[in-house]
Design a protein around this ligand. Structure first.
Ligand code: C2E
Ligand code: CA
Ligand code: CA
Ligand code: CA
Length: 279
C-alpha cells in the first residue's frame, strides 16, 4: 500500500511538473500570440424561438497554438489576465468580430436589426476608464452601427463595482450599444441590484439548463428566473441548450433566443457563413 501511495505521489508530482512546464511554455508564447496572429474568433449562433432563424452570434476567442493545437479560453484567459494581456486580446476580439459582422452585412445585404454580434467583456475592460472610447473607435473604424453590437458582462464583474462602472455602462447604452448579463444565476445574486444596470437581456447560465429534467425542483428555479427576467422586460437567452427537451422547455417558458450545441457549437467564420448566411 505504501508503494502505491508513493507511486501516486510520484505520478502527481510528475503531472504537476508537466502542468508547470506547460504553463511556462504558454507564458512565453502568449506574449507574441497577438503579433503572430494566432488568436482566432469562433462564432456560435443564437436562434430566435419565434422564427427559428439566426438572430445573433456570440464571438468566442481561441488560440491557435503552433504545437498545442486550438486552445479554448479556459486554458489561457487566466494567464492572459495575470500577464496584463487581457485588455489587448479583448480589444482584438472586439475589432475582429465587428469587422466580421460588417463584412457579413455587406456580403449578404443584412439590415442592422437582422444579426447582432455579442462580444464578452472582461472585468479588466470594464474597469478601463477608456472603455467607451475603445468601443467607439472600433465601431467607427468598422463603420458598424452601435445597435448591432451587444456586450456581455458577468454578474461578478459588476456586482462589487463602484458606481462609476454603472455610469460607464450607461454611456455605452446611450450610444446605442446593447448590454447583456452573462452567466445569470451563478455566484453573486444581483437580483437586488439588477434594476441599476442598463441591460437589455439576461443569459440564463448553462448550469440551469443542464440541470433541467422534467418535474424536478431545479426546474422551478429555472422557470422563476425566466419569469423574473420577462417581468423586468428583458429579453432572455438560454445558453447551453443541448437537447430537444431542454429546447422545448425554454421555448414554452418564453425564452427569446437559444444558444447551444443543440443547434451548433462555436464554429469558424467560414463555417458560420456557409451554414447560416449563404442562402
Ligand atoms: P461564456 O461567455 O459563458 O460562453 C459560453 C461558453 O459555453 C462557450 O465556451 C461555449 O462554447 C459554451 N457552450 C455553448 N453552448 C454549449 C452547450 O450546449 N453545452 C456546453 N457544455 N457548452 C456550451 P468557450 O468558448 O470555451 O468559452 C468559455 C468562456 O471563456 C466564456 O464563457 C467566456 O467567459 C470566456 N471567453 C470566451 N471568449 C472570450 C473573449 O473574447 N473575451 C473574454 N473576456 N472572455 C471570453
Ligand atoms: Ca458570454
Ligand atoms: Ca455564459
Ligand atoms: Ca462563463
Amino acid at each position: 500500500a505504501k508503494q502505491t501511495g508513493r507511486n501516486k505521489v510520484c505520478l502527481y508530482n510528475h503531472l504537476l511538473h508537466q502542468e508547470t512546464q506547460r504553463k511556462n511554455l504558454l507564458e512565453q508564447d502568449i506574449h507574441q500570440a497577438l503579433s503572430l496572429n494566432q488568436f482566432v474568433v469562433h462564432y456560435q449562433p443564437q436562434i430566435c424561438t419565434q422564427t427559428q432563424k439566426v438572430k445573433g452570434v456570440e464571438a468566442l476567442v481561441r488560440w491557435q497554438h503552433p504545437t498545442e493545437g486550438l486552445l479554448k479560453p479556459y486554458s489561457f484567459l487566466e494567464l492572459a489576465e495575470e500577464l496584463n494581456l487581457i485588455g489587448n486580446i479583448g480589444q482584438w476580439v472586439l475589432h475582429t468580430a465587428s469587422h466580421q459582422l460588417k463584412h457579413w452585412q455587406r456580403q449578404y445585404h443584412l439590415n442592422d436589426d437582422e444579426l447582432t454580434m455579442s462580444v464578452n467583456l472582461s472585468t479588466f475592460q470594464l474597469q478601463d476608464i477608456n472603455l467607451l472610447n475603445l468601443v467607439s473607435d472600433v465601431l467607427t473604424s468598422c463603420d458598424l452601427s452601435p445597435s448591432c453590437l451587444e456586450l456581455e458582462i458577468t454578474e461578478s464583474s459588476i456586482i462589487h463595482s463602484p458606481e462609476n462602472i454603472v455610469g460607464r455602462l450607461i454611456e455605452l447604452t446611450q450610444k446605442g450599444i446593447k448590454l447583456s448579463l452573462d452567466d445569470f444565476g451563478t455566484g453573486y445574486s444581483s437580483i437586488k441590484h439588477l434594476h441599476l444596470f442598463p441591460i437589455n437581456s439576461l443569459k440564463v447560465d448553462k448550469s440551469f439548463i443542464a440541470a433541467y429534467e422534467q418535474k424536478r425542483s431545479q426546474d422551478k428555479v429555472l422557470e422563476a428566473m425566466i419569469k423574473f427576467a420577462k417581468y423586468l422586460g428583458l429579453s432572455v437567452i438560454a445558453e447551453g441548450v443541448e437537447t430537444a427537451e431542454q429546447l422545448a422547455f425554454c421555448q414554452a417558458q418564453g425564452c427569446d433566443l437559444i444558444q447551444g450545441y443543440f443547434y451548433s457549437k462555436p464554429i469558424s467564420a467560414h463555417d458560420f457563413e456557409s451554414q447560416y448566411l449563404v442562402k
